[in-house]
Design a protein around this ligand. Structure first.
Ligand code: NAD
Ligand code: DAU
Length: 341
């Protein structure tokens, strides 16, 4: 199978590429990524010289960059993904998440190839009680969520109108290795290691449903191989936590690594102004993917958080190169010379 993975230099996409190349050694994986601030080829060092892996620097909005590339299926991870950035400026979100997905849908239609669209539980909006299932209405509240909901609607329309073989996954909050330090989990770990304040939005009681990224990747793979065209699959590991609880656990784990008492870093907690339109609670019902595709999460929250803290401590250079901006030069070092020839 030849897979086109878009956004494969980002957090979940790079975890998926590593997973796919080890789970399916006979697959060819083509990574198409524009390398925005969130794209980091250093995430793929382990696989960059694998015979099954190819990287193309390109934009999902550009039809021409895929003209001579062959593939059997597209997995679309490429997106602007950070809610706070979408509040500051929505336009890149509309451009990539909506127009980019539309372009890929056109390509999937022309080539009659399978299309797996990686979406989010944020499209359902916020709920104080109960769980969202795949039939819940889409009620996005942030510009990011609205752009993802729009792309989901386009996928649905292309399935209905052109009968393309598309599926949508809607996953909850991911954490794990290679997550960009703007997101809550790596931000807390890195700030704690640097003894810097940890910003907690509002009262810290907003609830997110956390999943270890590798579990998400296995679920995507299950949907790719066993899912039915036209279907939506919620992915989550039934693991809701208020933010403050997640933050306290992370601070405790980092303190343990630094040889401190478990509460010694809690003084870093700094309650700050709330995010505009901050969704109170996300909670999804993953029974469909569990029952129909036999997927189950493999990593408990305690275990996943411990592994993640260990990873950020053992890979300081990875995040220090992001903070300094050095990571942006990796593409030129790896590919610049080759491209000049
Ligand atoms: P990320 O921000 O870490 O990575 C996004 C990647 O997309 C980057 O490599 C970036 O360079 C690339 N990209 C952006 N615009 C592009 C364009 N126009 N053309 C080609 N590449 C482009 O994001 P992530 O956290 O890995 O999320 C991946 C996908 O999963 C997104 O679609 C996101 O909506 C979805 N998702 C994320 C989470 C989460 O918790 N992070 C949860 C559910 C769903
Ligand atoms: O639910 C899935 C979504 O999860 C994905 O679709 C998004 O791409 C991904 O970014 C994530 O969105 P969130 O907004 O939930 O993630 P973030 O890490 O930005 O924030 C998690 C929670 O922590 C949220 O309630 C806001 C809060 N927060 C975040 C940051 C960065 C803080 O309290 N302080 C912070 O500094």
């Amino acid at each position: 199978m030849k897979l086109l993975v878009t956004g494969g230099a980002g957090f979940i996409g790079s975890n998926y590429i590593r997973y796919a190349l080890s789970a399916h050694p006979d697959y060819r994986v083509i990574n198409l990524d524009r390398l925005t601030y969130a794209g980091n080829l250093e995430n793929l060092r382990e696989v960059e010289s694998s015979p099954g892996y190819t990287f193309i620097k390109g934009d999902i909005r550009d039809r021409d960059c895929l003209r001579d590339v062959e593939f059997d299926a597209i997995i679309n991870f490429a997106a602007e993904s950070h809610v706070d950035r979408s509040i500051l400026d929505a336009s890149p979100f509309l451009q990539t998440n909506i127009m980019g997905t539309h372009n890929l849908l056109e390509i999937a239609r022309e080539r009659a190839c399978a299309f797996l669209h990686v979406s989010t539980d944020e499209v359902y909006g916020s709920t104080e009680t109960g769980f969202f299932n795949e039939a819940s209405p889409l009620q996005p509240n942030s510009p990011y969520a609205a752009s993802k909901a729009s792309s989901d609607m386009l996928v649905r329309a292309y399935v209905e109108t052109y009968k393309i073989r598309a599926m949508i996954t809607r996953c909850s909050n991911n954490y794990g290795p290679y997550q960009f330090p703007e997101k809550l989990v790596p931000l807390v770990i890195i700030n704690a290691l640097n003894r810097r304040p940890v910003p907690v939005y509002g009262d810290g009681m907003n609830v997110r449903d956390w999943i270890y990224a590798e579990d998400h990747c296995r679920a995507i793979d299950a949907v790719l191989h066993k899912g039915s065209a036209g279907e939506v699959y919620n992915i989550g590991s039934r693991n809701e936590r208020p933010n403050i609880e997640v933050i306290r656990l992370l601070l405790e784990k980092v303190a343990g690594h630094l040889g401190l008492n478990k509460d010694e870093l809690t003084g870093l907690i700094n309650f700050v102004r709330d995010r505009e339109g901050h969704d109170r609670r996300y909670a999804i019902d993953p029974s469909k993917v569990e029952k129909q595709l036999g997927w189950r999460p493999g990593t408990s929250f305690e275990e996943g958080i411990s592994k993640t803290v260990d990873w950020y401590i053992s890979n300081r250079q990875w995040w220090q190169r992001i903070i300094s901006g050095e990571y942006m030069k990796y593409y030129d070092a790896q590919y610049g010379e080759r491209l000049k020839k």
